[in-house]
Design a protein around this ligand. Structure first.
Ligand SMILES: *Cc1c(COP(=O)(O)O)cnc(C)c1O
Length: 488
């Protein structure tokens, strides 16, 4: 034993906070967040910086000697805040919301404080078992089939994103359809086919690329021009044609709320159309799925009993700080069959007993955070009634916006509002539509994003921030009206 061992083995390391300092700085960090939220209403929603502006405020190299943590907090205000687009701003209506919430943030902080790696059950049993229970709770709350629960053949897992969940679904489908061949020999030249509508999220193509199928393996299926939902007869014809050509239908992506317009593919009809070929049915409800906590907002999930896998993102509209994407499978054997790996250094009695779930076999990566804590914190502190109230408020505000659009003859709805998403345009055309949106975004009053529907530009207004009120949507609408008037 070396003689000079001391009670403070880290004496030589500067920068470690003492427990007292950690408490002090922790309070300051939470104070900073609370002050930031309080300031949001007066800040421009979209970042006002040009490329490089933020970089230029930072030194070229890391400091040689440690600085106090207060210096980092001070630079958040000086360097970071001006370069932020404020996703938690009450007038953020672009893309889809990325809800954070006080409970989720504290849960996330606790997860960091615990700092456990939950790669297998044995590396921290609570990380796995809390996650299983919380996902069972959420599956029940959303009205998902019994088969998806952890006490049945399936189960749920938290993924980082819906993109990863869709990739994982594709790997599971490959394993099942190839009888294990895919994991042994790869997929080269096997003629696999993946289907999704023209409105399927881009993560489907990315998954096909990552799985080694290539983007040409994805066959896009036309949609009904009015609803933007997949044309199921066209899907059926495409599968029949592919089978006739010697190709192998593998997976169909069902958009239960498309990203562009919130279009809802008919899950039951899609599953029925591909049933003869045993195609894996993956329901992508990344944004809209969580609305099913409200029994009256479950219609778009009708037929989900026929799905092989299902993903929805509490990190979009369910108040759970990014990242938290919840993914369920009907049969976990396909998933673990595709991804299980057991290196010698992870061998343990619990795994060998077969009595535990090792989540490393449920997604591409090995290591994993204790993300269940933040979802647990959200589910417990809001309760299902609190979450329902949040979803209902988003839907009500979107209905209000849709009414305002319909009442102004300069504007028109492009599609029927879907839950909390309203898609509309100026009758004057694409240029006027884009110019009005850009005027509002540039003013900092609110932030909206665009899409194209049947080749024409449209504005998307997605309600869902936890801080948005009726006054916020009305103020945004007035800004849009003024922008439209300025063009006339
Ligand atoms: C947002 C979205 C995704 C991607 O979500 P990530 O979690 O960012 O990967 C996938 N599908 C749909 C329908 C989405 O709206």
């Amino acid at each position: 034993m070396p003689e000079e061992s001391t009670d403070q083995p880290s004496d030589a390391i500067t920068g470690h906070m003492s427990p007292e300092e950690f408490r002090r700085q922790g309070h300051a960090a939470i104070d900073w967040i609370a002050d930031y939220w309080a300031s949001l209403d007066d800040l421009p929603v979209r970042a006002q910086v040009a490329p490089g502006d933020v970089r230029h405020l930072l030194p070229a190299s890391a400091p040689e000697d440690g600085e106090p943590f207060d210096a980092v907090l001070a630079d958040l205000d000086r360097v970071v805040v001006p370069g932020l687009t404020h996703w938690q701003h009450p007038r953020f209506f672009a893309y889809f919301p990325a809800n954070s919430s006080p409970a989720a943030i504290l849960g996330d902080l606790l997860s960091s404080g615990i700092g456990a790696q939950g790669m297998i059950w044995a590396t921290s049993p609570a990380v796995t078992e809390v996650e299983q229970v919380v996902l069972d709770w959420l599956a029940e709350a959303l009205g998902l089939p019994e088969a998806f629960r952890s006490d049945g053949p399936g189960g749920g897992v938290i993924q980082d994103t819906a993109s990863t969940a869709t990739f994982t679904a594709l790997l599971s489908a490959l394993h099942r359809a190839s009888g294990g061949e895919a994991r042994r020999h790869g997929v080269g030249g096997a003629g696999w086919r993946v289907y999704g509508s023209t409105q399927a999220h881009s993560s489907l193509v990315k998954a096909a690329i990552m799985a080694g199928l290539g983007e040409d393996a994805v066959r896009t299926v036309a949609v009904d021009p009015a609803t933007q939902a997949m044309d199921v007869d066209t899907l059926h014809d495409a599968v029949v044609e592919d089978v006739g050509a010697g190709l192998r239908p593998l997976l169909v992506h069902v958009a239960a709320g498309s990203t562009s317009t919130g279009a809802m593919d008919d899950i039951a009809a899609v599953a029925e159309a591909v049933r003869p070929w045993g195609v894996w049915v993956h329901v992508d409800a990344a944004w809209a799925g969580v609305a099913a906590v409200c029994p009256e907002h479950r219609e778009h999930l009708a037929g989900v009993e026929a799905a092989d896998s299902f993903v929805t993102n509490p990190h979009k509209w369910l108040l759970t700080t990014f990242d938290c994407s919840t993914f369920w499978v009907r049969d976990r054997a396909a998933l673990t069959g595709a991804l299980s790996i057991l290196p010698e250094y992870l061998r343990n009695a619990a795994t060998e007993s077969g009595e535990v779930v090792d989540y490393r076999d449920w997604h591409p990566q090995l290591g994993r955070r204790f993300r269940a804590v933040k979802l647990w914190a959200v589910l417990r502190t809001y309760g299902l009634n609190g979450l329902r109230a949040h979803i209902r408020s988003g839907v009500d505000l979107a209905d209000h916006v849709a009414g305002l659009v319909a009442a102004d003859e300069r504007f028109e709805l492009v599609t029927e509002p879907a839950l909390s998403l309203v898609v509309f345009r100026l009758r004057a055309g694409d240029e006027a539509t884009m110019a009005a949106m850009e005027a509002v975004n540039a003013s900092g009053e609110a932030y909206l994003s665009h899409t194209t529907v049947e080749g024409r530009a449209a504005i998307r207004l997605a309600v869902g921030s936890w801080r948005t009120t009726r006054a916020d949507v009305e103020r945004t609408w007035r800004a849009l009206q003024e922008a439209a008037a300025a063009q006339a």
